[in-house]
Write a protein that binds this ligand. Structure first.
Ligand SMILES: Nc1ncnc2c1ncn2[C@@H]1O[C@H](COP(=O)(O)OP(=O)(O)OP(=O)(O)O)[C@@H](O)[C@H]1O
Length: 299
């Protein structure tokens, strides 16, 4: 998938904190028009990478490029960013705060007001616009924070854990909004720990582990890139499969085995032996779930 429109490129980014190399030679592209998920365990380096993209943290190596040229402060001002630390003023009213943020990014007061109300409406929050932020639940504060990143019709979106703390309806609204923004041709990068959601939502993903990119591509690419495996279920105990030459048993659970074959003849030997022994209930190519791929590449 190549996407369309603008592109954000991260090339060889590195960042250390003391002796810790938090981000180590990280490269990936966030193509316009597609949703790119950024996943990795706690401390993998996602937030640090996003902060470097936004120019909030000095780069110790590498470069961020926007449409093929080194990114400028002006380019960054046109990016909708949702930081990990949510920076809302608790005492200020929702609408006043969002309109102020819109004006800061160059919108007129009237435009900011109507853009805010349209986005709040999408999150079922329009009727809370006059309330102080601190009176909202955490999930609703999260929606206000997202509104701040989306309301300026940004040229790109960099969102740090936008789905955390959202209820299922808000996840759906957020998903629709991200898709609409991507459909304008802009690059959208969001981090998440929720693999099921990333699998459902993303066009592409980048997996980070200990500061390094360990896999990237479309969900289908990643799922089909691993070793070719077969799952078989037999009428009786499948333990004997371990003794078939050229067959590596990856997992065995009673009558079901997950296997890799060193070559096609080995697979045929396995099948013949299984048929001779009696009932083969099931035999199929096993395409791993994203969660399996994730566990393997981050192990
Ligand atoms: N300002 C800092 N000073 C020292 N160490 C830092 C700083 N910021 C991040 N780190 C360390 O860098 C590593 C990467 O952190 P980062 O927050 O980028 O990870 P993450 O992938 O966003 O994690 P999480 O999913 O838990 O938010 C961690 O080991 C973290 O403790």
């Amino acid at each position: 998938m190549t996407g369309n429109g603008a592109a954000l490129d991260v090339e060889g980014l590195s960042r250390s904190f003391g002796d810790l190399r938090a981000v180590d030679d990280v490269s990936f592209t966030v193509p316009g028009g597609l949703l790119t998920g950024f996943v990795g365990g706690n401390g993998a380096g996602k937030t640090t990478t996003m902060r470097m993209i936004m120019g909030l943290l000095a780069l110790h190596g590498g470069e961020v490029r926007w449409n093929g040229a080194p990114i400028t402060a002006g380019d960054r001002r046109r990016i909708g960013y949702m930081p990990e630390e949510r920076g809302l003023y608790p005492k200020q009213k929702v609408l006043d705060q969002l309109v102020y943020l819109g004006e800061l990014s160059g919108m007129s007061r009237a435009d900011a007001r109507s853009a805010v109300m349209v986005t709040l409406e999408r999150f079922d929050l329009a009727d809370r616009a006059g309330e102080r932020v601190e009176k909202l639940s955490l999930g609703n504060q999260q929606r206000v924070q997202i509104t701040a990143a989306l309301m300026t019709t940004p040229d790109a979106l960099i969102l740090d854990e936008p789905f955390s703390g959202l209820d299922p309806r808000a996840v759906d609204s957020m998903t629709d909004l991200l898709r609409e923004h991507a459909a304008r041709g802009i690059p959208v990068l969001f981090s998440s720990h929720q693999l099921d959601l990333v699998e459902r939502l993303c066009d592409r993903l980048v997996i980070l582990s200990r500061g390094r990119v360990v896999a990237s591509g479309s969900v289908d690419d990643l799922r089909s890139r691993g070793p070719v495996r077969y799952r078989t279920t037999l009428g009786g105990d499948a333990g004997w499969i371990r003794d078939v030459g050229g067959i590596h048993v990856v997992d065995l659970d009673g009558t079901t085995a997950l296997v890799e074959a060193s070559d096609p003849p080995a697979l045929q030997r396995l099948l013949r032996a299984a048929v001779e022994r009696g009932d083969v209930l099931d035999f199929a190519r096993h395409v791993p779930a994203l969660s399996e791929v994730y566990r393997e590449v981050t192990a």
